[in-house]
Design a protein around this ligand. Structure first.
Ligand code: ATP
Length: 239
């Protein structure tokens, strides 16, 4: 498996007025692995993803993707650099078909890559192939989550930021989605930064875990070490 650092986050601080949502956050995201970002409500997890992808400006600090500092890169350039962000909320275009939603994902793909065939996404998510001509508002929550992940993959990313994919989904669907991400990391070297409320599921698939509390990193360990640390689990992970 590929090793090395996909994203190097140094001293990242993001404020909303007087609220310091991220406070001097530093950690490395290893390539071709799944890193879970964990922590209670309001810990800063969503802000971390939004800062990395340029949706909110960093107050200070850097996010290195190769030779690029993403903290100085406009959000619209991220897909070209190979960074995809799947935000919370499964925002699909409900009036468009599954296929049309997927095609949108391929419009701003990573520079220098060939278009990703739709069949590739249908291989990963069979149900999307079965519903390819149906409009997206007919999809279930789990199917919409698959569609937003599939749409992100159409851009051929090297790094995928994923915010709370499990929210409101049945455990069986969550397991299916997490397994698939594990396969993409293992077999294709995709780097995944996964924000999850459900720490137990996230750590079952992740290689590493970073725990945030009040905008600060309180742990940055292998997933096995985190899952085995009773004190930390009880204090921050709720299981
Ligand atoms: P959750 O799991 O509830 O989404 P989170 O760990 O993702 O929580 P964030 O949403 O990043 O946490 O929020 C971090 C802090 O920043 C919280 O104190 C939150 O109230 C505050 N915050 C987030 N977005 C804004 C905003 N647009 N304006 C002001 N404060 C905000």
């Amino acid at each position: 498996r590929e090793t090395g650092t996909a994203l190097d986050i140094r001293g990242l601080t993001t404020t909303y007025g007087a609220v310091r949502a991220l406070d001097d956050v530093s950690f490395a995201v290893p390539s071709g692995r799944i890193t879970a970002v964990l922590g209670a409500n309001g810990a800063g997890k969503t802000t971390l993803l939004r800062t990395i992808s340029g949706l909110v400006p960093a107050t200070s600090g850097t996010v290195a993707l190769g030779s690029h500092d993403l903290s100085r890169t406009p959000a619209e350039r991220m897909p070209g650099l190979g960074l995809a962000h799947v935000p919370e909320g499964r925002g699909v275009i409900t009036e468009m078909t599954v296929e049309e939603n997927l095609r949108l994902g391929g419009l701003g793909r990573r520079t220098g890559t060939e278009p990703v065939p739709l069949e590739r996404v249908f291989d990963l998510f069979q149900v999307l192939g079965e519903r390819r001509h149906g409009v997206a508002h007919q999809l279930s929550g789990g199917e919409r989550q698959m569609l937003v992940i599939g749409r992100a993959l159409m851009a051929s990313p090297t790094v995928l930021l994923l915010d709370e994919p499990s929210l409101g989904l049945a455990p069986r669907i969550v397991a299916q989605i997490l397994d698939l991400l594990g396969g993409l990391a293992r077999d294709e070297g995709l780097t995944v930064l996964l924000v999850e409320q459900n720490a137990r599921s996230a750590l079952s698939v992740a290689d590493r875990g970073v725990v945030l509390s009040l905008g600060r990193v309180v742990a940055d360990e292998s997933a096995a070490t985190l899952a085995g640390d009773d004190q930390l689990r009880h204090a921050y992970l709720g299981f």
